[in-house]
Design a protein around this ligand. Structure first.
Ligand SMILES: Cc1cc2nc3c(=O)[nH]c(=O)nc-3n(C[C@H](O)[C@H](O)[C@H](O)COP(=O)(O)OP(=O)(O)OC[C@H]3O[C@@H](n4cnc5c(N)ncnc54)[C@H](O)[C@@H]3O)c2cc1C
Length: 399
């Protein structure tokens, strides 16, 4: 008896793998097991939904039953995989044991949580799924839609924190952002670009507490009192934690599959176990190796998933290809200051050089006239394709 191709996870990585595989093979049985409902939605819309007055139901683009039927998939929703036996080629789930021909791990990432003191520490919400967004949306709308007296504190001035700050401030809420760095998006942008973003969001009345962390959260009447590392306190109605994500490697690790910052996969997306594959936020791609990350990198974005799913489908179809990532800039959804960022690969030598205000290149001493990374803001974001072309040319001439 032929066992199915078994996929764990109904995020973009899981569903996109099915889509690509079905282009090559209409008949091989596929079972998709997922802890959530399995509905298809674009996760990036979670951080710009308030401005568009969209709730969780409006973010679903294809209901689970429809996509499963269209793609000829047996969907086991609200079912959690608890263990993998890669020798017996079975998984243990909350609905029993399932055998597989090949197993795809598309389990995504989990929000990083920092320990906070105080009697309301557990009130910090994270938004990394449609269900999380449902809880956040419900709490906020219960306090009053877009009400300027509703105070939202956001921990983390990274990509997700800044996007939520823009969305929620734009929707009329009183937003404060707290981050240990002295500027927003410090890991991604050169300092002068961070300043531009900080000022643009301040223009929407976003308040900044930079160079500080939240130490304690205590309840006072209906509000939360946050105590910061600099001794200041601030009062909020909602606390959103956006301090980063970590690849979910728990199942793979427990099964003895090699993991570092993510589940280690080679250029065909194969893990260290035969017939077990991984992609998406849970994977660490050998194809993204660089001098500073010689064994590969996680790439928790949409574009890498689209490229990886195509290659994985070919591998699963028995026609393996090699995954090569093109230059993939990230568009940051901060309409107060649109930003396109392509950070240099870890270990790339060089420094940020401002061409004009709104356009920065990461340039090395040996090739100063070429960008190894770039950041574009405001109207300069229109140069995105030209710079991608230039970076592709650099990659071709230097490999
Ligand atoms: C707010 C926000 C905004 C973003 N904006 C952008 C953007 O603008 N551009 C961009 O490129 N990227 C963006 N990203 C990142 C992008 O959305 C992710 O890289 C991508 O959606 C990850 O997809 P995934 O399928 O790997 O993981 P997920 O979507 O997390 O899916 C994981 C799936 O695995 C299931 N699962 C996990 N463990 C188990 C288990 N044990 N048993 C059964 N099922 C399990 C879960 O239920 C879920 O269905 C954003 C992310 C967030 C959170």
């Amino acid at each position: 008896m032929t066992h199915p191709l078994l996929i764990i996870g109904a995020g973009l990585a899981g569903w996109q793998t099915v889509r690509e595989f079905r282009k090559l093979d209409a008949d091989t049985p596929i079972t998709l097991v997922t802890a959530d409902a399995g509905d298809f939605y674009a996760k990036p819309t979670l951080s710009n939904a308030f401005g568009q007055k969209r709730g969780p139901a409006q973010l679903v683009t294809t209901p689970a039953a429809t996509i499963a039927q269209t793609l000829n998939v047996t969907l086991l929703s609200h079912t959690r995989v608890t263990a993998i036996d890669s020798v017996a080629k079975t998984v243990q789930t909350s609905a029993g044991v399932l055998a597989y021909r090949d197993l795809v791990l598309a389990t995504g990432a989990q929000p990083i949580r920092v320990p906070l003191a105080g009697d309301a520490a557990e009130q910090a919400l994270s938004v990394n799924s449609l269900d999380d967004f449902g809880v956040f949306h419900q709490r906020l709308t219960a306090l009053g839609e877009g009400a300027p007296n509703v105070r939202i504190a956001i921990m983390g001035a990274g990509l997700i924190g800044c996007e939520f700050a823009n969305d929620l401030a734009g929707a009329g809420y009183a937003v404060t952002v707290i981050d240990p760095a002295d500027r927003p998006l410090a890991a991604l942008l050169p300092p002068t670009a961070s300043v531009q973003l900080q000022e643009a969001l301040a223009g929407l009345s976003v308040h900044w507490h930079l160079g500080a962390t939240v130490q304690a959260v205590n309840r006072q009447a209906d509000a939360l009192v946050l105590t910061l590392s600099n001794g200041q306190t601030l009062v909020a109605d909602i606390l959103l934690s956006a301090i980063g994500l970590r690849a979910d490697t728990s199942l793979a690790q427990a099964a003895g599959i090699a993991c570092e910052r993510g589940i280690v996969v080679d250029r065909q997306l194969q893990t260290s176990a035969p017939h077990v594959w991984a992609l998406g936020d849970s994977a660490q791609y050998a194809s993204a190796a660089s001098p500073g990350a010689p064994t590969g990198r996680t790439l928790p974005y949409v574009m890498p998933i689209m490229a990886a799913a195509k290659v994985l489908a070919a591998s699963l179809h028995g026609t393996p290809a090699s995954l090569e990532f093109a230059a993939m800039p990230v568009a940051i959804k901060t309409p107060a200051l649109p930003i396109v960022a392509h950070p240099p690969a870890p270990g790339q030598l060089g420094q940020w050089v401002e061409q004009v205000l709104g356009e920065w290149w990461f340039a090395s001493e040996d090739l100063p006239e070429r960008a190894h990374g770039f950041v574009l803001t405001g109207p300069h974001t229109s140069k995105r394709m030209a710079l991608v072309k230039q970076m592709t040319a650099v990659a071709t001439t230097t490999t």
